[in-house]
Design a binder for this molecule. Structure first.
Ligand SMILES: Cc1cc2nc3c(=O)[nH]c(=O)nc-3n(C[C@H](O)[C@H](O)[C@H](O)COP(=O)(O)OP(=O)(O)OC[C@H]3O[C@@H](n4cnc5c(N)ncnc54)[C@H](O)[C@@H]3O)c2cc1C
Length: 457
């Protein structure tokens, strides 16, 4: 590669040798994320300060080296991997909590801070950062912002986008700027902050992140209910929302995912007729939670639904572990996996589930359809053996088309990355794509930031 030698020696000059990996065995570690896409980078750099990031951004622009920002590498779409032998810029060592302002209720962090670490830190002050991807214990805030990560609490609290107040962003060439003020309100000029949330490392590199935080809820209750009709949890969610109860989370486990959990011994069922589960968390001020809890328990009793209830933090977390065990458990159903995270209008979720089941029966490919049903977000995982690969790929296309037919969207939180970019034009118009192409050119004229990711050019 023509730029390699000089570029690498300058990179080592800027950062020092101990902050640059070039050994094949080290590069291999950074050639994966949580998707099937892989790519060995030219080098991995570990800046410790924003000034070092700026220097690296200058250097990549000078040598036209593609760059992939990387947090913990838990992306499920190939967006944290270099697909053209470029530089991986790891934020692992920029992991400091820089400031907590109780009066403003905001926290300033470096991008490499783990979501779980931030949660633990804030809890000491009675504060709460709600976005909770199932990977929260080991994914970074930088990665969460760049993917627009969601999680079970999205139903009541929204997703990462609802907590990012401002971002400090670096661009190829070394320009560094803030997207907006740190205030809770601000309408001067266009709002640049949300443009970068979910941009998957393609528009700029975050060097500091300002997040809104809120008080930790006084009371939490988790109900795990067991259903004899697969679609019943979806009906319950709909009933609760219509009666103006907003659970903190409403997570659905469908029939096929249940099978995977059972195979992986993550769960025991009260009886064999159970077809699906609902994880329903209520939280907030004690009196309000008790009132809502009574309504939910009355509903369950009327319908003859069996459930477990957890009120202590410890028991709540133990039950949530079952839900978090879903991603590793689905692997029990097949050697190969294709995963999507589609979103549907809630009113169309039941119909979607029905169509999925018909397709599952016709093709013999396992289709898990679990997740954040409270906000219409299903994780659709296809599990199969090598012989069914072609069938599974065709099935995936059919499923994505069904999502669009039912007025949904192809990704709610995991992003597009590398593996799903060919589907983007199925959902967006050529006008929307042209606007996005021009936007990308404005921030990254040489297409150096995560090329090939997010949009199909
Ligand atoms: C078991 C499991 C469960 C998961 N559950 C959920 C879930 O419930 N909800 C959900 O939303 N996701 C989930 N994910 C996906 C993944 O964890 C999230 O997308 C997460 O936000 C990625 O964070 P990360 O630190 O690993 O980032 P990475 O994977 O390293 O990177 C993700 C993206 O962010 C970009 N990026 C990273 N740092 C920066 C930076 N400083 N500046 C600019 N761009 C940057 C990268 O280039 C890449 O495009 C799950 C993944 C796994 C493996």
């Amino acid at each position: 590669m023509k730029y390699s030698f000089k570029f690498l020696s300058k990179l080592e000059e800027i950062l020092g040798k101990e902050k640059v990996f070039t050994e094949p065995k080290d590069l291999l570690v950074y050639s994966y994320d949580s998707s099937s896409a892989t790519g060995v980078p030219l080098a991995v750099a570990f800046p410790e300060r924003k000034e070092e990031v700026v220097e690296v951004l200058r250097l990549i622009a000078e040598y036209k080296v593609p760059l992939v920002p990387r947090g913990a590498g838990t992306a499920t779409t190939g967006s944290a991997v270099s697909h053209n032998h470029g530089l991986v810029l790891s934020f692992e060592r920029m992991n400091r909590i820089l400031d907590l302002n109780l009066e403003e209720r905001l926290v300033v962090v470096e991008p490499g801070v783990l979501n779980g670490e931030l949660k633990r830190y804030l809890k000491k002050f009675g504060l709460f950062y709600p976005p909770d991807p199932a990977s929260y214990a080991y994914s970074t805030i930088g990665g969460n912002v760049a993917t627009g990560a969601g999680g079970p609490r999205g139903l009541k609290y929204g997703t990462t986008k609802d907590y990012v107040l401002a971002l400090e962003v670096g661009l190829p060439g070394g320009k560094i700027f803030w997207t907006g003020p740190f205030t809770l309100k601000g309408v001067v000029g266009y709002n640049l902050t949300p443009l970068f949330v979910g941009s998957e490392g393609t528009l700029g590199v975050f060097t500091e992140i300002v997040l809104k935080v809120i008080p930790f809820p006084e009371k939490r209750v988790l109900l795990v209910s067991y259903h004899r009709e697969e679609e019943e949890p979806l009906e319950i969610i709909s009933e609760l929302l219509k009666s103006l109860i907003t659970p903190a989370s409403a997570e659905f486990i469908d029939k096929t995912t249940l099978l995977a959990l059972l195979k992986n011994k993550r769960l025991e069922l009260p009886d064999k007729g159970v077809q699906s589960l609902l994880f329903l968390e209520l939280d907030g001020e004690e009196g309000m939670v008790q009132k809502e809890l009574k309504k939910v328990e009355d509903l369950y009793q009327t319908k003859g639904i069996f459930y477990h209830k957890a009120e202590s933090e410890e028991k709540i977390e133990t039950l949530w572990e079952v839900r978090r065990g879903v991603s590793p458990s689905v692997r029990m159903l097949g050697e190969k996996k294709i995963s999507d995270d589609v979103v549907l209008p809630r009113r169309n979720m039941k119909e979607f589930l029905k169509r999925i089941r018909d397709l599952e029966e016709k093709t013999g490919v396992y289709v898990c359809c679990f997740g954040h049903a409270g906000d219409g977000n299903f994780h659709v995982n296809l599990l199969f053996g090598p012989k069914k690969e072609e069938k599974a790929k065709a099935l995936r296309n059919t499923i994505l088309k069904e999502v669009l037919n039912l007025k949904g969207t192809l990704s709610g939180e995991h992003g597009i990355g590398y593996v799903k970019r060919s589907f983007v034009a199925w959902e967006l118009s050529s006008f929307q794509l042209e606007l996005m192409k021009n936007l990308k050119k404005m921030f990254d004229p040489d297409n150096l930031l995560n090329p090939g990711v997010k949009i199909p050019f």
